[in-house]
Design a protein around this ligand. Structure first.
Ligand SMILES: [Zn+2]
Length: 259
């Protein structure tokens, strides 16, 4: 009986909660770590293959989603990939990408709704995954809130689960293959921050749907108008995940505008 019940539980799609045959879903979508679409970039140099780095094992799959939900998420992922390839190349026919200086990039025309849903869907999948690799990514009570957002494709205001993006380079080169995860952190002892790197960018979300922490400048979160400032970081920093976190609140934007 218990076997039947546990088997049955496995058959409930985590997103639509319907009892359906489940696909063997990737937690981090394959197209976001596969560089076969973009051969322009070099492989990551071995010298920074520092063993302190928690490089994400690629290709982790789990029976989480039905075919319908898998198809829905893959539409968002395709759009996200299109954005990330162009952000990686710093060239686009739909994004306005402006490198202000060595440390700062201003981006406009991001398709906010889809982009945000795609990012939230990845953090949500890491949270619902039972794989120990993702044990740092528990969303707690926000897991159900985000599931509902993804299921209903609700509009998410920019200050709800705000998204910050950082680009990693080494000696001016960008490496889309880099993928890492980080322990969950607290900001001001109040806000939970989760971060993950894929396609050479660090994505950070603040797990809160009420207000923005006072220390966070509005310019560095993805806005509903599709604008964001992306700070450029050195891959060398990744040897120390603590420094990645403390630099999260650096004032690159303020410095640029002399605020
Ligand atoms: Zn489903």
């Amino acid at each position: 009986m218990s076997n039947y019940l546990s088997l049955n539980a496995i058959m409930v799609c985590r997103l639509c909660q319907q009892d359906l045959e489940l696909r063997n879903s990737h937690i981090i979508p394959e197209l976001l770590w596969s560089s076969i679409y973009n051969k322009k970039h070099q492989a990551l140099p071995m010298s920074i293959g520092n063993n302190k780095l928690k490089i994400i094992q690629k290709g982790i799959r789990e029976k989480l989603l039905c075919q319908g939900c898998e198809t829905k998420l893959s539409r968002w992922e395709n759009s996200l990939k299109r954005h990330l390839v162009d952000l990686g190349d710093l060239a686009s026919d739909f994004l306005e990408i402006d490198r202000m200086n060595a440390d700062l990039i201003r981006v406009k025309n991001i398709e906010y709704r889809i982009f945000k849903l795609a990012i939230l869907s990845i953090f949500w999948r890491m949270s619902v995954s039972t794989n120990h690799v993702y044990s740092d990514y528990q969303l707690g009570p926000y897991e159900e809130i985000i599931r509902d957002i993804l299921f209903t494709e609700a509009h998410v205001p920019e200050k709800h689960f705000p998204v910050l993006i950082y680009r990693y380079e080494l000696d001016g080169m960008f490496y889309p293959d880099i993928m890492m995860h980080f322990p969950c952190r607290k900001l001001d002892q109040t806000y939970t921050i989760q971060q993950v790197i894929f396609y050479g960018h660090l994505f950070c979300i603040i797990i809160n749907n009420k207000k923005l922490p006072v220390d966070i400048q509005k310019e560095i979160i993805l806005s509903e108008t599709g604008e964001i400032f992306i700070s450029v970081r050195s891959l060398v920093e990744l040897a120390s995940p603590v420094s990645v976190f403390t630099r999260l609140l650096d004032d690159d934007v303020k410095r640029f505008y002399g605020k």
